[in-house]
Design a binder for this molecule. Structure first.
Ligand code: URP
Ligand code: ZN
Ligand code: ZN
Length: 466
């Protein structure tokens, strides 16, 4: 076959279902042919001894999200999508936050202005519903879903974000009518406030007490309630960033009942624990996220959820704040109590190497489950499949070439994000994405940024096909 722009030659291609030796021919940004002896091409990439995988899709990231007075998120669309590419990702789905009292449509327009022309990889937005007024529920949300914003997140905790059960039911009813997918942050807000007040009264204000203020029961109860509300309305639901056995088992029980309940977990729940929040002085703030990392038994439970399919997606929940910064983790108020430390940790570039190393290289999962968890299931769940999430003729040529044997000690400078630290500093991994290609264009090659800012496009999405 002639007239190809790029051939990836000699690699082992793995999708969510198959592993095979073949060359990949690319034309016009799409996979044009899979086979051998594909003839000449403008650019031939030698992938001998390497894995050729669908580019990672990270369906849970936060960029440029308003985060409260005097707090600034460390990544905008430029730095966030750049870092995503360094970590082998070709599409990311950040959250567009409706601030209380504001219109959802205005939030979307504002977020597009931040993204347009600034992205290295493709992007698509989830919505965050913080103010489900009649206007939002009756008009704005259905219209936005029609326009391809087919998933949205609701919070059961956080000041100015938490919805009441009644509000969640109303929002879920819109999803029921429109076929959109609801994502839920499941933690019991009142219980957290009760525990936080009590800890503060006892002068237990260091970052470590963030974990104490949000124990497993707080997450498990809310997970159960979210699933029950979804059952009541008869609507699919995705429980995001699940951290522990009890919550995982709530999801498993619902799945066994035949409910469309999906689960997501993240690297921090596989390799970090609450002990990481114990750092000297304020160092523990680097690990403050919600739900918090827990313990070795919870890590094992999350692995079990991954291995048995309870979790269909593995995302980063990249929510970056700088550490040594008064607008980040070391905000003056945060020094007075964990309550004010911005929640979230960076991880868009480390998600895939951590799962590859801990999962594939250590034999916990095979390469096909790795692809499903990190790419294909995200595309199916959020209406991007089969254009994204696989290597097949006609699909976008979104490809990550991996050296499965490359050993890398993670250091922040490799990740190219806007933060000033990584929670995974010094951790050695086996397996690293060496080339990231978005629609046929090489964006990152061997640690060098080759892509152009603005090559990343906005993706309007279909309804979920899970
Ligand atoms: O601590 C976290 N996870 N921050 C990000 C916001 C969220 O809840 O996903
Ligand atoms: Zn959340
Ligand atoms: Zn998040």
């Amino acid at each position: 076959m002639s007239g190809l722009d790029v051939i990836i030659r000699g690699g082992t291609v793995a999708t969510a279902s198959d592993t095979f030796q073949c060359d990949v021919g690319i034309r016009g940004g799409r996979v044009a042919v899979l086979g051998h002896e594909l003839g000449p091409a403008g650019n031939v990439i030698d992938a001998t001894g390497k894995l050729v995988l669908p580019g990672g899709i990270d369906s849970h990231v936060h960029f440029s999200q308003p985060s409260g007075p005097d707090i600034v998120m460390a990544d905008d669309f430029e730095s966030g999508t750049r870092s995503a590419a360094f970590g082998g990702n070709t599409t990311v789905l950040p959250f567009c936050l409706q601030e209380k009292g504001s219109s959802l449509r205005e939030a979307v327009n504002r977020y597009h202005k931040l993204a347009d022309g600034n992205c290295y990889v493709d992007v698509s937005f989830h919505l965050i519903i913080s103010d489900p007024t009649e206007q939002v529920l009756g008009q704005e949300l259905p219209a936005l879903i029609e326009d391809g914003y087919t998933s949205f997140k609701v919070f059961m905790t956080y000041e100015d974000l938490a919805l009441s059960d009644r509000e969640i039911l109303e929002v879920m009813s819109v999803a029921r009518e429109t076929g959109a997918l609801v994502m839920v942050h499941a933690e019991n807000y009142d219980a957290i406030r009760f525990l936080t007040d009590r800890l503060e009264r006892a002068s237990k204000t260091a970052p470590y007490y963030h974990a104490v203020s949000r124990p497993v029961v707080v997450e498990r109860e809310a997970t159960h309630r979210a699933i029950s509300l979804a059952e009541l309305v008869d609507v699919p639901v995705m429980i995001v960033h699940v951290s522990n056995r009890e919550s995982m088992e709530e999801i498993r029980r619902a799945q066994q009942k035949g409910l469309k309940v999906y689960g997501e977990t993240c690297p921090q729940y596989l390799v970090l624990t609450a002990d990481d929040l114990q750092g000297l002085n304020m160092e523990g703030a680097k690990y403050v996220c919600s739900p918090p990392p827990r313990d070795a038994a919870s890590q094992a439970a999350c692995w079990e959820g991954i291995q048995t399919g309870v979790f269909s997606v593995f995302s980063s929940d990249h929510c970056p704040f700088r550490y040594d910064d008064p607008q980040g983790k070391l905000a003056p108020k945060g020094r007075t109590s964990f309550r004010w430390v911005p929640n979230g940790i960076p991880g868009v570039a480390t998600r895939l190497p951590i799962l590859f190393s801990e999962g594939v290289a250590k034999g916990r999962i095979d390469i096909n489950r790795f692809v499903a968890l990190t790419s294909t299931n995200h595309a199916k769940t959020y209406g991007l499949y089969p254009r994204k999430g696989t290597i097949a003729v006609g699909a976008d040529a979104d490809i990550a070439i991996w050296d499965p044997d490359k050993r890398v000690v993670i250091t922040h400078d490799l990740l190219r994000d806007g933060s000033d630290y990584t929670p995974y500093e010094g951790r050695e991994v086996t397996g690293w994405p060496i080339i990231t290609m978005v629609r046929g264009q090489v964006v990152v090659s061997h640690g060098e940024l080759l892509g152009t800012r603005g090559h990343g496009s906005y993706l309007s999405r279909n309804k979920s096909s899970m």
